[in-house]
Ligand binder design. Structure first.
Ligand code: S3P
Length: 426
């Protein structure tokens, strides 16, 4: 439980922890490459530790030294069947990507997860993988699943039916670990970290518009990966810096890959003043981000930008409560399938603080500006890290005390979140 109060200003220069999506992928590709992969700034959080543990269960040696993680890969043939059931905890990314990797590697495994993960759909990866020869039994398309040794087809052609990078990545990883010639079409432009990183590990990946093609029998070689700061974590501070008057915040070394930076595009359209100072990097693009207190205006948010900001929508909704006019968010039904039903949890919790917000089938209608108010009001993060962090930022602009009933979930992606907040509030 956390008692949270309004902030008069936030001041400081901070770095957010490593990107969660990139951290998962660096561990996985390191595990199937030949040689020792060195990962700098790997996110140390519950979800990424799940991926690390599962890969160790599959026989991969992973060690830590200071800020560097070493993954000793021996190619796909270095992996073996796990002795234990694989427990994916709360992590959808671990489950879906590793399902692809394990199926392609021809391993046997049983997969379980926590209550939240066990309610989330896994048929979105089971179906495309089964169509190319995977033998997976499931609980009606959900966990627990059992993967039986599978021999995938030598050619995989798949068109993404939903805007999910996890599904895309599961199929790409299955293609690479099975040695199939693989083509995936992604008209949604979902996050492209898997494709970018496969190239970094020496795989031949051709990108032609929406089409990603990988020839058969790719062998990956170990790489040095520097994980940029997570824009999904930075987004909380960016919005805080826009909404808390007299703030002076800079967030350093944030990954600004265009398939992830929809939040910046949207905030700019809302008239936010956000300075982006791009810096040099070998891999993913990075920048220092400085938000300035801004008077926001309402906009319509829908279509192609949604996959590029899907994890940031809860904090965008908070920003919209302070924007003048009616903000309409559409095409975001995927939010119902995250760690909580984020359309419901965002609406329910912000309403407790007086927000004028309506849940719709695929998004929200928000009227603003509204001054949020609390009187020792209890709010719940619904065991969902991004809801807990959004509500914490909400409390910084709310009159009166907010009591956040569950705050542990921040460990999923940002274990040092409250510590950082303590340093920034002056
Ligand atoms: C992720 C993809 C997104 C995102 C999740 C991480 C990834 O999920 O919400 O936090 O690393 O590929 P979907 O693929 O379900 O959209």
């Amino acid at each position: 439980m956390k008692k949270l109060n309004k902030a008069t200003s936030l001041k400081g220069i901070i770095s957010v922890p490593g990107d969660k999506s990139i951290s998962h992928r660096a561990l996985m590709l390191g595990a199937i490459a030949d040689g020792t992969t060195r990962i700098t700034n790997l996110l140390n959080s519950a979800d990424v530790n799940t991926t690390k543990q599962i890969l160790m269960d599959l026989g991969v040696k992973i060690t830590e030294q200071a800020n560097i993680t070493e993954v000793e890969g021996h190619g796909v043939s270095g992996l073996h069947d796990p002795d234990e059931v694989l427990d994916m905890g709360n992590s959808g990314t671990s489950t879906r990507l590793l399902t692809g990797l394990i199926v392609g590697a021809g391993l046997n495994a049983r997969i379980i997860g926590d209550d939240s993960l066990s309610k989330r759909p896994m048929d979105r990866v089971i179906n495309p993988l089964s169509n190319v020869g995977a033998n997976i039994s499931s609980n009606n398309g959900k966990l627990p699943t059992t993967i039986h040794q599978s021999h995938l087809k030598s050619k995989i052609d798949f068109e993404l039916p939903i805007g999910s990078a996890q599904v895309k990545s599961a199929v790409l990883l299955a293609g690479v670990t099975s040695g199939a010639e693989t083509t995936v079409v992604d008209e949604f432009k979902t996050r492209n970290h898997t494709e970018v990183m496969l190239q970094q590990f020496g795989a031949e990946v051709k990108i032609d518009g929406a089409k990603i093609s990988i020839p058969s029998d790719q062998h990956l070689s170990a790489a040095n990966v520097v994980v940029p700061g997570d824009i999904s974590s930075a987004a909380f501070w960016i919005v805080a810096g826009l909404l808390v008057k007299d703030s002076d915040l800079m967030i350093k070394n944030v990954g600004i890959n265009s398939t992830r930076s929809g939040v910046i595009e949207i905030l700019n359209q809302m008239n936010a003043m956000v300075d982006i100072q791009a810096s040099n990097s070998d891999g993913e693009p990075i920048a220092d981000i400085t938000p300035h207190f801004s008077k926001l205006k309402a906009i319509n948010i829908s279509g192609k930008v949604i996959p590029a900001c899907i994890d940031e929508i809860p904090i965008i909704v908070l920003a919209a409560t302070r924007a003048t006019g009616r903000t309409i968010i559409k095409d975001a039904a995927e939010l119902k399938l995250k760690e909580s039903d984020r359309i419901i949890t965002v609406t329910t919790e912000l309403k407790k603080l007086g927000a004028k917000i309506q849940a719709t089938d695929d998004g929200f209608i928000i009227d603003g500006p509204v001054q949020l108010k609390a009187d020792k009001t209890h709010v719940s993060g619904h065991k969902d890290h991004r809801i807990a962090m959004m509500l914490t930022i909400a409390s910084l602009i709310t009159d009166g005390e907010v009591i956040l009933d569950d705050d542990d979930s921040v460990d999923i992606s940002y274990p040092t979140f409250f510590h950082e907040l303590g340093k920034l509030v002056v």
